[in-house]
Design a protein. Structure first.
Length: 84
């Protein structure tokens, strides 16, 4: 979310949503996991890629970090941003 806000509207003020995306995915019957630290990413990604069926991987990053690639809100898949 911060990526979209910083690219479109502002540079310093952001909305901070702390949602439990993995819990929501599990409520819909998906396998899901939340990764809070870099040391857990490799094993979680392996479990995600090895899973049969849908798997939601919620990877937490520093709130001020930009995450790319991303598709801005309202854009098409052909408008993916690979960096600033």
């Amino acid at each position: 979310m911060r990526n979209g806000q910083s690219l479109r509207w502002c540079r310093e003020r952001y909305s901070h949503l702390q949602r439990e995306h993995a819990r929501l995915a599990r409520a819909f019957g998906w396998r899901a996991e939340r990764v809070d630290a870099p040391r857990g990413l490799d094993s979680a990604l392996t479990r995600c890629l090895d899973a049969d069926g849908p798997f939601f991987l919620d990877v937490r990053v520093t709130p001020t970090e930009s995450c790319f690639p991303m598709i801005p809100a309202g854009a098409g898949h052909h408008e993916v941003l690979l960096g600033r």
